[in-house]
Design a protein around this ligand. Structure first.
Ligand SMILES: *Cc1c(COP(=O)(O)O)cnc(C)c1O
Length: 414
């Protein structure tokens, strides 16, 4: 089958017949990646400010990842989940060294890491809090697409999707301490949140709010779970976003950046919550050697290359450049930390702008109709940011002309 050498048109036609429909995708087939760029099957290049969805933190196909995967593949692809392996212990040890946690459980996707966190919180409730099982989560949150992670997620559209919904989650407004405090009762075992709501449009948790949540959890004897699947591993200018708040969570989940593109996730916790018994939690691919080798190479590179500090510096530069063009295009609410950045457009044409940008070779993301999010690799350089801003401006200019021609309403011109 690998010898078919289908043309792009044939690939698209075949995809239309064989790939289960779940999303509208553009008529593009990606073929190759290097650094900040992707190339499609037509040889067209794209400057990538989506970063594989905040995943390819070292850029596309970085040499360290290629080498780590090749070496591990030659050594051991898979033993079985019932055995330890070398990179598994080395990665756990490194994560413990660079974080406030003492224990690590590995899975492959973010949703699975959150499932592990939910299970651990319920286990804690069962044995230490008289069977308390409820987890308080936030509106506008995103925790993944498994059924429990969907129930934890605070998207109104998901409330009626795939019902019956997994019980045991209570949603309160984000950044509203009083609402959260009022929701805690004898059934509560944990509070779970993102420190920056990524899919929710890059909404930051306030400093005092997070500090008060930490005290609330201490007072009530419940667990504080932070989902750092998007914010972790340097993205926000610190290795972990909780460092911005001067607090230590009880449980943290990581995914996306940790594998640099290889499917890998982790749940970290304190020694005090090392409470699973045999059979409670597991998985065929927990500690899978290729994932462990990938994670080890990625985390080592981020830590030794001080990429968190670099993300902070380049994030500041990016923000400064965006400020320079904000007035001209009516861009508002420039926000974010490090290299997780967003701004609002004066109208709901985010998806149209994403399409325009892609057509001229720039990838950006619209998590909401009027919001554009940028989450480039941590290795992004000033020249890449300059180029991105140039392309973004020409897409905005093009869209402005079209909008005026289309219906006479100059949505962007305001
Ligand atoms: C992406 C994301 C998830 C889900 O991760 P998957 O790997 O898609 O399962 C969960 N939480 C947050 C904050 C995310 O950004």
């Amino acid at each position: 089958m690998n010898d078919l050498q289908w043309t792009t048109q044939e690939l698209l036609e075949e995809a239309g017949k064989t790939i289960l429909f779940t999303a509208h995708r553009p008529d593009v087939v990606m073929e190759r990646g290097e650094g900040m760029y992707l190339w499609d099957t037509e040889g067209k290049s794209y400057l990538d400010f989506v970063g594989g969805w905040a995943v390819t933190c070292l850029g596309h196909s970085p040499v360290v990842l290629q080498e780590a995967l090749a070496a591990q593949a030659a050594q051991l692809v898979n033993a079985s989940p019932s055995f330890l392996n070398r990179p598994m212990v080395e990665l756990a040890s490194l994560l413990v060294q660079v974080s406030c946690f003492e224990r690590v459980f590995f899975t492959s996707t973010g949703a699975e890491a959150n499932e592990s966190a939910i299970k651990l919180a319920r286990k804690y409730g069962k044995i230490r809090r008289d069977g308390a099982h409820e987890i308080i989560t936030m509106t506008n949150a995103f925790h993944g697409r498994t059924l429990a992670a969907m129930a934890a997620t605070g998207k109104p559209q998901w409330e009626t999707l795939f019902t019956p919904r997994m019980p045991g989650f209570k949603h309160v407004p984000y950044n509203d301490y009083e609402a959260c405090a009022a929701a805690v009762d004898e059934n509560t075992c944990a509070i779970m949140l993102e420190l920056i709501q990524g899919e929710g449009g890059v909404v930051e948790a306030e400093l005092e709010y997070v500090r008060k949540l930490r005290s609330l959890c201490d007072d009530k004897g419940i667990l504080l779970i932070v989902d750092e699947i998007q914010t972790g591993l340097g993205r926000t200018g610190k290795l972990f976003a909780y460092e911005h708040y001067g607090i230590e969570p009880d449980i943290m989940t990581l995914a996306k950046g940790i594998g640099g593109g290889f499917p890998l996730s982790a749940m970290l916790t304190k020694e005090a919550y090392n409470i699973f018994e045999p059979g409670d939690q597991g998985g065929t691919y927990t500690g899978q050697p290729l994932g462990m080798a990938a994670g080890l190479a990625v985390v080592q590179t981020i830590v030794s290359g001080e990429l968190s500090a670099q993300a902070q510096r380049l994030g500041d530069y990016l923000m400064g450049e965006l400020r320079l063009i904000a007035g001209r295009y009516g861009l508002t609410k420039l926000r974010g930390k490090g290299l997780l950045v967003a701004f609002d457009l004066p109208g709901e044409y985010g998806p149209a702008l994403v399409d325009h940008c892609r057509s001229i070779g720039l990838l950006v993301n619209a998590p909401k109709p009027a919001t554009i999010r940028l989450m480039p690799a941590l290795i992004v350089e000033e020249a890449d940011i300059d180029r991105m801003v140039e392309l973004l401006c020409s897409a905005l200019d093009e869209l402005k002309t079209e909008t005026i021609q289309d219906d006479g309403r100059a949505a962007i011109a305001r």
